[in-house]
Design a protein around this ligand. Sequence first.
Ligand code: PEP
Ligand code: MN
Length: 639
Amino acid sequence: MIIILKQDISPKQKDNIKDLLEENGLIVREIRGKEDTVLGAVGVNRMDPRQIELMDGVASVVPISKPYKLASRELKKEDTIVQVGNVKIGGNRVVMIAGPCAVESEKQIMEIAGMVREAGAVILRGGAFKPRTSPYSFQGLGEEGLKYLRKAGDEFGMPVTTEVVSPRDVEMMAGYIDMFQIGARNMQNFELLKEVGRTGMPVLLKRGISATIEEWLMAAEYLMANGTDQVVLCERGIRTYEKATRNTLDCSAIPVVQKLTHLPVIGDPSHATGMRDLVPSMGLALVAAGASGLIVEVHNHPDKALSDGPQSLLPQQFEKLVRDVQALCPVVGKSLESVPRIMPQGMDEGSADTSTASKPDELVVAFQGERGAFSELAVRRVFDEDVRVLPCKSFRDTFEAVNKGLVRYAVLPVENTLGGAVGDNIDLMTQYPNLTIVGEVQVRIVHDLIVNPGVRFEDIERVYSHPQGLAQCKEFLERELPNAEVIPFFDTAGAVTYIKETGDKHAAAIAGAPAAAYNNMEVVREAIETNPRNYTRFFVLCREENAAVFRSANKPDRAAVSFSVADRPGSLYDALVILNKYSLNMKKLESRPIAGRPWEFFFFAEIDIPDIDTFHKAFEELKDRTNGLKLLGIYKSGH
Ligand code: PEP
Ligand code: MN
C-alpha cells in the first residue's frame, strides 16, 4: 500500500508510522516526490489500512493494484535514475553500453574497451561467466575475466557490467564490478535475484526468453524487495514462432513498461536479432520507442569471437550507430550521455574562483527566460536534471552572471532552424573576452497549447506567446482558433506564468511542455507547431578558467571565431583561402553589423577542427589576413 504523508508531518510521527509497519512484517521505503512524500509498504499485509489512515501525519492510504509494488509507477511517479559509477541511466539521457559478449583475454578487452569508449560508449560490458546453450561452448574466464574487465574499465574511465549466474559468486563479483547483469536465462532464478538484490548495487535485468512483461517486473520486484532500488530493465527479444531472427524484438515493450514502472528501460538489439546487419536499425528503433539506452555487443575480430560473433558489430559500425543515435536524440527529447558527465561534485577539479557568489563547489547554470523555458531544457540536457539554475531577464544579464562568476556556466541560444541566427548573442560573445564557448546542444522545439487547470479548448479567446512561438504555430491558430486574439509576449514560458498569475480562464499560452509542468498548468493541444523540424542550437559558455574541465569531458571538434576584413575587393576570399589550404570545413558564416560603425560588419564563423594543431596553424595565418580575429571557443558540436 502507499501511505501518503501530510506535508507538515514531524520526523517523530513518520518514525511511528514506519515502526508500526515494520513491526507488522512489512518492507517500508520512503519516496520523496516533487509534490509529496509517500511511504511504500509491501509484504504480506495483515493490517487494516484504516488503522494507518488514522495515525498522525497520514494524509491517505492507497492500495497498489499491481502485483509488483516497489517497481510500480503507482508507488513512484517520477522516473528513477540509476547511478552506475559516474554514469546515470534514465531521465532524459540515452546511455550507450558496449563491449564484447565475453571477455576472452586481457588484450582483447583492452583493445575493444578503447575502441568503444572512443566511439561514445559510457559503460563497458563483457561476460566472465557465460550461460551457454551447450556445455561444450566457451564458458567464460571467470574471476580472471573480471580482473581484466575492471582493468579495462579503469583504464578508459568506464564503469563495468557483467553477468552473474550463481548466488555463490555475488560477493566476489561485487568487488570487481559496478552493475550486475541478470541474463535472460536467469530472470526467474529467484535465489540469484535475492542474493543480488541484497547487495544494494545497480542491476541490469534482462527480460526472460519467454517472460511476460508482468513476470519481468515481478523479477525486478524480487531485486527491490531484497534491498536494491537501482534496477535497469533490458528488452532483449523474446522467443516466438519466428525463426528468421534469433529472438523477436518486442519494441512495444518499451513504452508499455515505461507506463507501468518508474525504472529505466534500455534495449539490447544484439541478442534480440542475432545478426550484425540488423543491430543498427533495431537499435535506432529501440531509442525511437523511448529506450533510455542500448547495450550492444562489439568485437574487433568478430569472426574469431568465442561467443556471439555473428551479432557483434565492428567498432566502426558501432561508432556509426552512436552517431545515428545522437542525431535521433533531439527528436525524442533526450541527449546522448557522454563521459564523464559534468556533475556538480566533478566540478571540484576546476579551478573554482572563490570570489564567486555561488559556493565554489556548487554548480549553478544561468539561462535567459522564465522557469520552464526551452533554454532551461537545454541546460538540463547538458548538465544534470537537478542542476541549480539562475534564470536571467536578458541575454546580457546572463552573460554578466557568468562573467562576474555568479554562476559557473551559461547556456544561450545562437540559432534556430526556422528563425535563423540569434544575432544578439553572437554580438555579446565578441564583447566578453573572458568568456569562451565550451559546448553546444540542440533542442527540438515542440510547442504546446497551455491553459489554466480546467479550462477547455472551446473557452480559449486569447493566445499569448513570444512572436516566434506565435509565428511557428500560425497554421494551427488560423485553422483551429480563427477568432482568438493573438497577443505577443516577451517569452514563451513567461506567457505561461502570466496566464497563471492572472488566472485567466479564457487565455492560452504557447510554450514547451516543461513550462506547463513547472507551473502545474494543463496542456490542451500538443505539438501545434507548423514545422516539426524545428531545432534551436545553444552554446555553453564559461570563464576561461572553468573551460578545461568541461572540454575534457567532451572532446572539441569545432571552433567559433569572429573577425572583420578590409574594405577592398577579395579581402574575405583571401581569408577563406586559408581554410581551404588546411582543408578546414566552414560550417557557418554570419555577418553582423559593428555597433557604432554604420555599414561596417564583422563575421562570425564556425569551423570543423578534425585536429587542433592544424586549426592553430590556420588561425595564426588568418590573423594576417583579417582584422581583430578572436577565438570565441572550441567545443564538441551537436550534442
Ligand atoms: C549477454 O548479454 O551476453 C547475454 C547472454 O544476454 P541474454 O541474457 O540477454 O541472452
Ligand atoms: Mn552475448
